[in-house]
Design a protein around this ligand. Structure first.
Ligand code: GLY
Ligand code: MN
Length: 468
């Protein structure tokens, strides 16, 4: 965890600057989540907003902030003798609380009565949207809500306050993300250097997992490691790498304080891009470079997305996959056959930062509506950028058989798409190039160590572990 002053000043800032109205803020820490029976849980993952304000990475805690009195209380239980026998001794909760600047600790049994007293006094209890069923059950129990009432129970004012605060990263948070990226660079190096014909995708995932486990780290999300890179979130690893295939790895590590890294790279198996692979790779790289160069405070991210789409489209027109005017093609949404997702998202404690609070609440400014056009509809971040935001920039170009088939049947955007040429690319896979970037007062800075992406550098290292 950070120093206690970090958590004190985050809570103070919520109470004094962001101030979502008056009343109480109730934050649920997560519980363990069983896999197939209670005693066999998934690895514990703390709720990120609880972690942000209360810093403690252990299950079964509640944080309560009294906005009017300016006080903070941690509710939880000391470990029992049984816990000590099965899981080892734990520090006293009071000591853990002191480490995050809290001196008021109480058992969960008194939380319900404190909340019902507040309700009797007509005080507002602000909560965040539940994203687990057990959160819903706890809110129903603690606040006496029915399932129907739960739907609108989250506090829009609290969501806005938390988003304002968590969106702007401190220098300590940026340093954490850079630590995550040091490890992320290592797992990408492993995959790139072992990407040789005959190697199985799951061996690469095994090698990356081995590195992270040995370092006491974990993946920040389920990685994609696949020669079927056209499947955007491909979480299966059944294939054997063949000469001439493109291996797409989208993977990130966590930092000690659980901040995320999120990087995508593509490696030519066998060590050389085929000419048309190189052309598409360079198109995606040009789109990514143009997007990163255009990042600056005040610029709406949706404009950066459109700029990247236009650069990609110009290249695809040159390569004969598209035709016509790039600007008109992008305005019509024709490029989304190749680039059907948004350019990027916020990143921080969550890889898609704060997504549990609602994509629009995080990525769209008040009054900015989410586009409905196919492709743009999945743009998670559209709002004007601010110094301190950490965002991903991840354009891609994919040849997705069912999408190509559907659009061709419908003759969709046929004035902009050369379907005969596109069909010749079936089996190509997909290319995405992703970096994590902090917005600065002057523009933007790509975070973390150098992770090769120039085509020559990537190709030169592809499968190089075999020669050692
Ligand atoms: N790295 C996974 C994603 O951005 O969706
Ligand atoms: Mn990403």
């Amino acid at each position: 965890m950070f120093a206690p002053t970090t958590y004190c000043s985050r809570r103070r800032s919520l109470i004094e600057q962001e101030r979502p109205d008056s009343g109480l803020v109730l934050l649920l820490g997560n519980r363990r989540s069983p896999q197939n029976y209670t005693a066999n849980p998934h690895p514990f993952c703390q709720d990120s907003t609880f972690l942000y304000y209360f810093g403690l990475d252990r299950p079964d805690l509640y944080g309560l902030i009294d906005l009017d009195a300016g006080t903070c209380t941690l509710y939880g239980q000391d470990a029992s003798l049984d816990d000590a026998i099965w899981s080892g001794e734990q520090p006293a909760l009071e000591d853990e609380a002191a480490a995050v600047g809290i001196d008021a600790v109480a058992p969960p049994s008194v939380l319900a009565s404190r909340l019902s007293k507040a309700q009797e006094q007509d005080r507002r209890i602000h909560t965040l949207p539940p994203y687990r069923d057990e959160h819903r059950l706890r809110f129903m129990e603690l606040l006496g809500l029915s399932r129907g009432q739960l739907k609108d129970a989250a506090s829009a004012a609290l969501v806005r306050a938390v988003v304002r605060q968590r969106s702007v990263k401190s220098s300590d948070e940026v340093a954490e993300i850079e630590t995550a990226l040091e490890h992320t660079a290592q797992i990408h190096a492993f995959a790139r250097r072992h990407a040789a014909p005959g190697v199985r995708e799951r061996e690469l995932v095994g090698g990356m997992t081995n590195y992270l486990t040995a370092e006491g780290r974990s993946f920040s999300f389920t990685p994609t490691c696949s020669v079927r890179g056209e499947v955007l979130h491909n979480h299966s690893y059944p294939n054997v790498l063949e000469e001439g295939a493109l291996l797409l790895v989208d993977a990130g590590a966590t930092s000690p304080r659980r901040y995320a890294g999120d990087i995508t790279r593509v490696t030519p198996v066998g060590g050389a891009f085929r000419p048309r692979q190189q052309a598409v790779y360079e198109a995606v790289l040009a789109a990514q470079t143009a997007a990163i160069d255009a990042l600056a405070p005040g610029v709406p991210f949706i404009e950066i997305h459109t700029h990247a789409a236009q650069v990609l489209t110009e290249h695809l027109i040159e390569q004969g996959l598209m035709r016509g005017n790039a600007e008109e093609a992008v305005a019509a949404g024709a490029h989304a056959l190749f680039f059907p997702h948004g350019l990027g998202h916020m990143m921080g404690l969550d890889v898609h930062d704060m997504e549990s609070l609602g994509e629009d609440a995080v990525g769209y400014a008040e009054g900015q509506t989410r586009p409905e056009q196919f492709g743009l509809h999945t743009l998670r971040l559209a709002r004007p950028l601010q110094a301190g935001f950490v965002v991903t920039v991840e354009p891609g170009c994919y040849f997705i058989p069912p999408l190509i088939e559907r659009w061709r049947e419908e003759n969709r955007h046929e004035q902009f798409i050369n379907y005969d040429q596109v069909e010749d690319f079936l089996g190509f896979g997909g290319i995405r190039i992703e970096d994590d970037v902090v917005i600065t007062e002057e523009g933007a800075r790509v975070l973390g160590p150098h992770i090769p992406k120039a085509p020559d550098e990537v190709a030169a290292q592809a499968g190089s572990a075999r020669a050692e």
